[in-house]
Design a protein around this ligand. Sequence first.
Ligand code: F6P
Length: 400
Amino acid sequence: MKNMVYIQSGGPTSVINSSLYGAYKEAIRHPEEIGHIYGSINGIEGLIEDKLFDLNEENPHDIELLIQTPGAALGTTRRKLPKDINDPVYMQIVKNLQKHKIKYVFVNGGNDSMDTCNKISILCDELNLDVRVIGVPKTIDNDLACTDHTLGYASAAKAVINQIYAISKDALCYKQGKIHIVEVMGRNAGWLTAAADLVPDDGRPDLIYLPENPFNVDEFIQDIKEIHEKKGYGIVVISEGIKFERDMTNAQVDGFGHAQLAGACTELAHIVESRLGIKTRVVELSLLQRANPFLLSRNDRDEAIEVGQLAVTSALAGETGKMIVMKRVSNEPYVARFELVSLSEVANAEQKVPEYMMQDKHRMSDKFREYLRPLIQGNIHLIWKDGIVELTNFKKKIVK
Ligand code: F6P
């Protein structure tokens, strides 16, 4: 009897645990092929350090709650595996795969995590191990190559749109208000920032700044001045990844080598206040974008579950070294089909917002709206207890 291990990696999303749920539910349907279903604690670190736990030992209610629980329920990491395949870390991985009789490995992550997934797959191939490795795509940044979109993006986009819309009702109710600078995650890709363009007209941001376009502070100040003169207030949305001269000397760098970007809105607000004397308010949406069960897209969640299931059926069918991707068939009705691509095609690659999806440097085109609208459809009925949403809390008893 062989076992499986599920690894969550990189930044969480609101539906990363839904893919785990899908994979778990599929795996228990094949007891003759899959024995134990292990979760690796803190991503690949669990497999290196022999910190695995058995999902069947967890409370079944906690398993059911996975589909409304944000964050990575298994624990995650941004640890990058070394280039050198002879590094002792790989021997640790092999030792633990063999110790726990693991035949199926699933890595749920973004482009850096697909590098981890690819390296494990190459390792198993080179050593001729009977192990199948499949990638499950996720990231709110939506920047993975070869796929129409990534799991988690749509729910984060829905959170951005709805929170900005709600905020706008507060922000725009004074005659002489402030300039609100809203900062959205997404690193070098502006997909999530672009979502702000779908806010209805009565709350729609005045200006949107994507990292794909050059950012000039003087032009930004001029844009703000014009908005303020015309309306007396305004909402501008910036991506955390816009590049301007700022002091990054104290910025933290994560294990994948990325600088922590948050905080651009605060710096820009200082510049606006000092140069124009205009009152500003900063709104850093931060984790409420990717840890928000209240604004889940049903479409995103359902796809996340389905892709988790498909990862297991693909591995059982003999596939390995591949990641599942979504290919869009039509917008109305929304139809996407699932395919497999080689991990080497997606590892470390980055997909930016294409020009045809931008109307100009502050607005998105109809093509973008047609692309995003179907993805954010459908709401979720959540399970609550005493006025508080119920969320998974695994005990994680480490297996010997
Ligand atoms: O995983 C992607 C992401 O959510 C980016 O949008 C953001 O820049 C980054 O993660 C933040 O990562 P962390 O929470 O590890 O600081």
